[in-house]
Design a protein around this ligand. Structure first.
Ligand code: HEM
Length: 490
């Protein structure tokens, strides 16, 4: 075939791929085939706003990255709190009560920091992404409003919990803790509905030919991406906090400076591992369902996660490796034949779309998305192995009361302490970077949603300083709490 023929073939393939992407966007929006392809018109000044775009994206990444750390602890710590308080109610174990009191203080501070960082985030949405808010506001508004109610419930019951130790009956006090744990998760899950809608924007049909946009807030709130994302991200907070706390208590046991408090540390470790182990087992299962969802609804994201450039049947699963978008290959990866086809569809011979089916300007950043995916899954696999090791040791020594864990396992737990948070942050990078170049998948590009203000570097600096200050306060407080040690009732 001639060079001209090649070019024509390529043009045809690209047009076909472009049509595929638009078709997906239409299906997501519930649009008929004859609706025009103009999604949301681009701002004419797009190229001149690149600096703003970069600064706005950095600011948003930084803010979300910080907020997720605080919010995760606020969601997961109350669950551990309830477990030890319940133990104290049942057995009168003073170490359990001491742990509950220490953790309740940490919960209070992290709740406050989470509230400040979350409020800052909602301002940033309007300030940095006005076009996004214009399109998405009516659709994600209900999720934010409900999240607000859940937040208020959490604040009220946290107040009752903190000041109710000596004023409420143990049973009433514990139920206040249940309300804190449930409303904490509810507020996280509700706000996640907005993010899930950005991945799978059902219930929205852009304005066409003078007719207004059609919006269906109920469809947006209950979008199909929401349940799985809510499950996976809630588990990620439990896993991150469980493994982090277990690592801290494992470290204390290893140092043995507080031998008289061994039961206290062991109880802290066991409680944290109960949460960490359960989540570590469930997480790969929920992750697998998410990957299957991406195969159907965001195939370019799945292709970027897997460093999968060429559409093929019996597509391999790549472990590790470094994508080279120029050459359209992923180098140095361990390839498991037909693994990706099988995981995405349960059929080893199924075709999996590669990035070659999408116009180049609709590719996510393949290197970032693939590496973040490897970090998340790698972290999950290591934590799963440590969870299995822990269960095995507990089972082997089940007949010995208070049997100590092996030193090697304690060291492994210390090593895993930051892993859950690293995996959690990496997971968010996968989800957000993999959605690019869209802020609302298939509907509005990130570049078209950014503020027209020429320079947002000032705001980036202010918010960076705010988050740095919050981080310093948290670290100082947690350090003080650890140095002061357990508080035993008189
Ligand atoms: C071990 C196997 C795992 C698999 C197969 C897996 C799979 C996935 C997939 C496919 C996504 C992208 C979803 C999307 O945007 O469409 C994702 C996102 C995410 N992952 Fe994982 N994951 C695993 C482990 C973990 C672990 C261990 C954590 C943290 C402790 C974690 C935290 C997250 C978070 C926070 C997100 C973004 C929020 C969400 O989409 O739910 N993942 N994961």
């Amino acid at each position: 075939m001639s060079a001209g023929g090649d070019a024509e073939g390529r043009d045809e393939a690209e047009a076909h791929a472009d049509a595929n992407t638009r078709q997906l966007a239409r299906q997501r929006c519930g649009r008929r085939d004859d609706t025009p392809d103009i999604l949301v018109p681009r701002l004419p000044t797009y190229t001149s706003l690149m600096t703003s775009l970069t600064a706005a994206r950095v600011q948003m990444e930084l803010s979300l990255g910080f907020h997720m750390l605080f919010a995760s602890v606020g969601m997961a710590l109350p669950v551990m709190l309830l477990m030890v308080e319940r133990r104290w109610m049942r057995t009168g174990d003073r170490d359990a009560l001491a742990l509950a009191k220490t953790w309740s203080k940490a919960t209070a501070v992290l709740f406050a920091i989470g509230a400040v960082s979350g409020t800052a985030l909602s301002f940033e949405l309007g300030l940095l992404w006005p076009r996004f808010m214009e399109v998405a506001g009516p659709l994600i508004g209900p999720a934010f409003a409900l999240e607000g109610y859940a937040f208020f419930v959490e604040a009220i019951f946290l107040g009752l919990y903190l000041y109710g130790w000596d004023r409420l009956s143990p049973r009433a006090h514990w139920w206040c803790g249940v309300a804190v744990a449930v409303s904490g998760v509810a507020s996280g899950v509700l706000v996640l509905s907005a993010n899930a809608w950005m991945q799978d924007p059902v219930g929205y049909q852009p304005a066409t030919g003078g007719a207004p946009a059609i919006v269906d807030p109920a469809a947006a709130l209950f979008n199909p991406a929401w349940p799985l994302m809510a499950l996976h991200s809630t588990l990620s907070t439990y896993q991150a906090v469980g493994f982090a706390a277990a690592g801290i208590y494992a470290w204390a046991i290893l140092r043995r400076r507080h031998a008289h408090r061994d039961h206290y540390h062991r109880l802290g470790l066991t409680t944290a591992m109960a949460l960490g182990v359960t989540s570590a087992i469930l997480q790969p299962l929920s992750g697998d369902l998410l990957a299957k969802r991406a195969h159907h609804r965001q195939p370019a994201k799945l292709a970027a996660m897997e460093g999968h450039f060429k559409t093929e049947r019996c597509a391999p699963l790549r472990i590790g490796g470094l994508p080279d978008p120029g050459a359209q290959v992923t180098r140095y990866a361990l390839e498991l034949p037909c693994g990706l086809s099988f995981l995405a569809t349960s059929d080893p011979q199924a075709e999996v779309l590669g990035l070659d089916r999408f116009p180049r300007d609709q590719w996510p950043n393949v290197v970032v998305t693939h590496l973040a995916f490897q970090v998340m899954v790698g972290g999950g696999v290591v934590m799963l192995a440590v969870a299995a090791w822990y269960l095995f040791e507990r089972w082997r020594r089940r007949r010995i009361a208070d049997a100590p864990l092996s030193r090697a396992l304690l060291i492994a737990m210390v090593g895993c302490a930051p892993l859950g948070f690293i995996a959690l942050e990496a997971g968010w990078v996968v989800t957000e970077a993999g959605r690019q170049p869209w802020v609302i998948y298939g509907i509005l590009r990130t570049a078209d949603a950014v503020t027209p203000v020429a320079d947002v570097t000032g705001s980036l600096i202010v918010f960076t300083l705010l988050y740095a200050a919050l981080l310093i306060i948290v670290v100082m407080f947690l350090r003080r709490l650890a140095v002061k040690g357990a508080e035993y009732p008189a």
